[in-house]
Design a protein around this ligand. Sequence first.
Ligand SMILES: [Zn+2]
Length: 120
Amino acid sequence: MNALEWPADLTDFRLPVKWDGQPVDWHGWHPPIEVRDLFLCSNNGLLRDPQPCSGCGHPFQPWWAQGLTADGRTSITIERCGFCNTTIALETGPDGTSEWTLDDSDYGPEGSSDNQEGNR
Ligand SMILES: [Zn+2]
């Protein structure tokens, strides 16, 4: 393992407990490199072209977690930069696909909800 290529260890394991009011069943965090090796050929939203992290500019090799809302209607993929904790949420639900940047308010007791300002 080349230390220069390996992203920082994840230190922030928070996930939104709810998504637009629905409890979310999360499946835990996965490290970045393995998923790219294992699923390199699959058509997976996690495997977008390498891009700099919007938070720190390091090549974005996010840790990731997937969850499903309790009603089964919305699946959420969270990607988090191990260096600066910039967190992107990719939501696929009845209304289509959305991409969000999460902030501290999304990890409170009420979870994350659309605040109608293009953010969460
Ligand atoms: Zn970053």
